[in-house]
Design a protein around this ligand. Structure first.
Ligand SMILES: Cc1ncc(COP(=O)(O)O)c(C=O)c1O
Length: 484
């Protein structure tokens, strides 16, 4: 390890600025915390605000970086195996939108999996690109969407050789990764870039027992939510680029469109700190997270009526992240949403993602042995409580994410007039809004898609089971906006 990796150029300069005594006549209005409400001071103290500074001359400029931000981004590029890295302060959401804007224009095609995050749909609406969706492989036993196969990408490219870019998920929410190296090779044989939504894989670079990172498998561009699996603050992410299939200037231009002109230095410095932490202690920290996750996985698998997702190598699953723990609770006779409520409200254990049958937990460098003991004990209690559960009346045999695109692009549909229709009468009409159970934020219907009876059924069951639907005018989904 070179000495540079130990350095935190942005964090250091921010620390100096935060401690410089001066009279401040600039925004933000709290003036290093002197003007904050006592309620927020009681929760997080004044010190955080002391470092909440704007683009002072010594702090560089996110959109024209030549100083401390540029140095911190360069160290990040070296750490994550990229040629260039951009720090993001509007989450991976902004990076994914920018990746699409930088590679696809109005009416140009992009291939992407149907279970893509809603930020990619936002990218389609803003760019006017035409999506060519690939349905991910589906595990009928678990009723979970896995990932897409290289053969499916090859077939889509053969059918649409004029495609401008391919975007893949690496990994899915449950930690499932496709054979991204093979997909990169196929994509590059068409001289087009492979873009990756690696929101859940920022930790992959740091341990051989984790799936390889998208950069190491040949992606041209990847976007990582550093805040999801590493230690930076919420909303802070990174976009990494390698090679010259994607124009670096187009990325910078797109990021200026979709990010705040007042970037938070707290977020930026937290990215610098998280990068330094991983460059210096990453392997050890990942060793610990993997060991904790394995311990939880083995113990919970022994609890009656609970099963732990263990996808073997099969289509759509080439690697699996061992730090992602997904538990199937359906044998308890309750939904994942009900199990989540009991765990959160009664047993003080909170998961990342409840679904109809599953709960997914993120085990990261921040978890402790005590957390794992508490999780195992809570799962045992949940099972013993199960005797008193009323068997859920839900029928589980539903297959989500089977969208039926019409000839209208997401952008055209987004700007068309809509009308409110009772959900029961919406069958076969075109959807006028983005309907997305949250989490995981994967759209079930997007503007311009055909509202099939299967999708209506699926959404109704999510609402009935206590899930949240976002993006629609009526979150209880008694009505839906359709295109006129
Ligand atoms: C698969 C996936 N991609 C992208 C995002 C967006 O990431 P961010 O929250 O950093 O904007 C998320 C967020 O949950 C996600 O799950």
């Amino acid at each position: 390890m070179t000495k540079d990796f130990l350095e935190t150029p942005l964090l250091d300069i921010l620390s100096q600025s935060a401690h410089r005594k001066h009279a401040a006549f600039y925004a933000p209005g709290h003036k290093q915390g002197k003007g904050i409400s006592h309620k927020i001071r009681d929760l997080i103290g004044q010190q955080v605000f002391q470092a909440d500074l704007p683009e002072l001359p010594e702090l560089d400029n996110l959109f024209a970086s030549v100083g401390a931000i540029a140095a911190a981004q360069e160290l990040a590029a070296q750490t994550f195996g990229a040629t260039k890295t951009w720090f993001l302060i509007n989450g991976s959401t902004s990076g994914i939108i920018a990746a699409i804007l930088a590679t696809c224009g109005m009416g140009e095609k992009i291939i992407l999996p149907r279970n893509i995050h809603q930020s990619a749909i936002a990218g389609l609406i803003l760019s006017g690109a035409i999506p060519i969706f690939i349905n991910p492989e589906y595990d009928p036993q678990e009723e979970l969407a896995y990932n897409v196969t290289p053969a499916a990408v090859k077939q889509a490219l053969e059918q649409h050789p004029d495609t401008k870019a391919v975007m893949m998920l690496h990994p899915t929410y449950q930690g499932i990764c496709s054979d991204l190296k093979a997909i990169a090779d196929i994509t590059h044989s068409y001289q087009i870039p492979l873009l990756v939504d690696e929101a859940h894989g920022a930790h992959f670079t740091f341990h051989a027992d984790l799936p390889p990172s998208a950069m190491s498998l040949g992606a041209d561009l990847t976007v990582q939510s550093t805040h999801k699996t590493l230690s930076s603050m919420t909303q802070s992410s990174m976009l990494h680029l390698q090679g010259n299939r994607v124009c670096s200037q187009r990325i910078s231009k797109a990021l200026q469109l979709v990010q705040s002109t007042s970037p938070s230095y707290l977020l930026l410095a937290s990215l610098d700190a998280a990068r330094q932490q991983m460059a210096t202690e990453g392997k050890e920290l990942m060793n610990q997270a993997i060991a904790l996750a394995n311990q939880a996985r083995h113990k919970i698998a022994e609890i009656p009526k609970l099963s732990v997702l263990n996808p073997q190598i099969q289509p759509g699953c080439h690697y699996c992240d061992p730090t992602r723990l997904t538990i199937n609770v359906s044998q308890l006779g309750i939904t994942g949403f009900e199990a989540d409520e009991i765990l959160h409200e009664q047993l003080n254990v909170t998961c990342e993602l409840p679904l109809l049958k599953h709960l997914t937990f993120i085990i990261s460098l921040g978890n402790t042995q005590e957390d794992i003991q508490q999780l195992i004990a809570a799962c045992e209690t949940l099972t013993s409580l199960a005797l008193s559960f009323q068997l859920s009346a839900l029928s589980y045999r539903i297959k989500p994410y089977q969208g039926q695109l019409s000839a209208i692009t997401p952008r055209q549909a987004y700007f068309m007039s809509t009308e409110t229709v009772q959900i029961e009468q919406a069958g076969d009409r075109l959807c006028g809004e983005l309907i997305c159970p949250y989490p995981p934020g994967i759209p079930v219907l997007m503007p311009g898609e055909v509202i099939t009876s299967e999708v209506v059924n699926y959404l109704k069951q999510i609402v009935a089971a206590g899930g949240t639907i976002t993006g629609c005018n009526d979150p209880r989904l008694r009505t839906i906006q359709t295109l006129k």
